[in-house]
Design a protein around this ligand. Sequence first.
Ligand code: CA2
Length: 146
Amino acid sequence: MKTILVLNGPNLNRLGLREPGVYGHQTLVDLENTLHEEAAKLNAQVICKQSNHEGQLIDWIHEYADDVAGLVINPGAFTHYSYAIRDAIASVSYPVIEVHISNVHARETFRHHSVTAPVTKGQIVGLGLQGYHLALLALLSEGDKS
Ligand code: CA2
């Protein structure tokens, strides 16, 4: 059974509590529950974690290196400036998909650039929480391509 790690970065524990116009009404717990359900239907499992701390996210990226078939990560604002998270992603061999709930390109200029995206397999932006599900599907179908 494949295991996919799902990491959410700073402030994403506030999902559903503020700014529903940008991030929707679902909470982080709602998101994680639906990802667990989705993974189970696909005979897989997810490990979901959230931290507001850069070092903790980096530790998890390293810690699961031998155990997971891929990583879905929303690095939050770290996306735009954390070379440390970029280097952590580059240091592991499993595929990584970066997800952003909002359309960062339609927001402030500082959100337009991702320092982490170049070391990921791909990026999903602006599709709301569906982005996490699409990333999960893509990682679980890795190796199915002809
Ligand atoms: O769109 C995304 O998923 C972001 O990664 C979210 C980050 C932001 O810094 C990125 O530019 C884009 C911020 C997450 C904050 O989440 C909140 C959730 C509810 C209420 C307030 C903030």
